[in-house]
Design a protein. Structure first.
Length: 212
């Protein structure tokens, strides 16, 4: 049975712009921030998950903004620029802004990622089922139209936004197979985070090994 959590703003939350954040964010535990390197890895992973969501559906970036407003996250994400700035804390980005996200900002991105993943449950399940079927028949995944479309969109977003001077980015850009595998692994993660306790799973996974 699905457990619902109220999205009513919590007046005790202190968010930017004077807008209270939804109480659902309080279900995520407070933890000590990991070292800067660990935080950068966390921020990178969140941005990549959102990149995969954009590759799954045309117009997903607009839907992210609409979803953030529906969830009452205007205290952190009030417009496209706010979301863009949060995502540019990914050190792989061409427009990397060198900021470290606050716990409230991280929780906001986690709620947004989880909610968008839930909305894409059907296409994600269909794609991963196609992956299994193609592998069972020993057929390249790219031969499936839907998978090929997802890989193509992900590659397009990755190339346009990531800095080729970053060592790992250059590796992905030089190997279409590795880039497709990254896109696939992100898809599998999103499905895992789309469940009832998806927010908590994502929070724990992000900080696993980064904090004592």
């Amino acid at each position: 049975m699905t457990q619902s959590v109220p999205l009513t703003p919590n007046p005790n939350n202190d968010s930017s712009g004077g807008n209270p954040l939804p109480v659902i964010l309080d279900t995520l535990p407070d933890i000590s921030s990991p070292p800067t390197r660990g935080m950068l890895r966390v921020q990178q992973q969140l941005d990549l998950l959102l990149l995969a969501i954009e590759a799954l559906r045309l117009g997903a970036s607009e839907e992210m903004l609409a979803t953030s407003h529906h969830l009452g996250l205007q205290g952190i994400i009030n417009n496209r620029v706010d979301l863009w700035r949060l995502r540019c804390t990914n050190p792989w980005r061409k427009c990397y802004n060198r900021e470290i996200l606050s716990p409230e900002q991280l929780k906001t991105l986690i709620l947004l990622t989880h909610t968008c993943a839930k909305q894409l449950l059907v296409p994600m399940t269909q794609l991963l089922l196609a992956v299994q079927q193609m592998r069972d028949k020993d057929i390249p995944l790219e031969n499936n139209f839907r998978l090929s479309e997802y890989f193509t969109r992900f590659k397009s977003h990755f190339i346009s936004r990531m800095n080729p001077k970053r060592a790992k980015v250059s590796v992905y850009l030089a190997s279409p197979q590795e880039l497709n595998q990254l896109a696939l692994s992100l898809l599998e993660e999103l499905l895992f985070y789309s469940g009832t306790r998806g927010m908590e799973r994502l929070w724990v996974r992000l900080f696993d090994g980064e904090v004592d």
